[in-house]
Ligand binder design. Sequence first.
Ligand code: UDP
Length: 339
Amino acid sequence: MAKILVTGGAGYIGSHTIVDLVEKGFQVVSIDNHHNSSPKAIDNVSKIVGQNIQNYAIDLCDAHQVAQVFETHPEIEGVIHFAALKSVGDSVSDPIFYFRNNMGGMINILEQVQKHQVKAFIFSSSCTVYGNADELPVTESTPMKPAESPYGRTKQFGEQMIQDIAPVCPDTNFISLRYFNPAGAHPSGLIGESAMNKATNLVPVITETANGKRASMSVFGEDYDTRDGTCIRDYIHVMDLADAHTKALQFALEGRAKNNTEVFNLGIGEGVSVLEAIQAFEKTSNTTLNYTMGPRREGDVVAIYADKSKATTLLGWNPSKGIEDIMRTAWAWELDRKY
Ligand code: UDP
């Protein structure tokens, strides 16, 4: 039973991934300082998997405390690094804070990965690294455009840091996972998306509006050059994403990677417009959403969706859930939020 360190284990994707890891036989320890997450997430993960998951509530920017976790658990074989700030808007207002947190934390973790010759390092990257891509769907070799925000730049920096570090860490397989738009919740209803900051992503905005937490919501732009004028994204269910992390980890631990750095797109490979997402919500929840058509949001990419064939071929990853599964589980979570 390999021991895996998950940073950001109380966060949205981290908590769902711990469930998948433990169910597939891994032992997990977590680091999460609850800057943007609830301690209840780890409690509820523990309930789902029927065992206590240990979390260190330390700041990844504290190099000494990070080193201590690795000294306490010298048998760590893999690290999945989720912990990071992720608000595009906040990163524009306070880039230093974003660089200090996202890069500082990653440097401290990578230092220990190098020191302890950890076999696998999985990095949470994002399709934001592609910017407004010239061709769709995007493959892993689609060129990166300049980042649209300091947040996006931290993902590009993170991938580039790995490229520079990999040659001096020959025992480690590094994998960057470029997420498209994660959404939905665990079927138990015990864990789901719950940032301490106000939600800005489409799916939680939809469910909070339907639940009366917001009076109405706005569709950002109706005059884009797309089939219905609204932006197109590739929404990926968080449990399919969790499964991809476990598969990537196994790929890295088993030394199946040809290079010691690999990158994978994680999306279902289908574009869904904002209006189509709203229709899927109304259908699965049997409610009518109070929304208006509004102006474009600055910095929005018009359309992006993944070519997922590399993850399918090399990792054996076949996401099984679509936008309706996402809406159904996100709505169930919103109606009975546990934290
Ligand atoms: N969106 C919207 N109204 C909202 C929030 C999001 O119309 O209140 C749109 C947004 O413009 C984008 C899509 O939904 O086209 C997904 O946005 P999100 O912020 O969830 O993800 P990202 O922009 O990072 O892909």
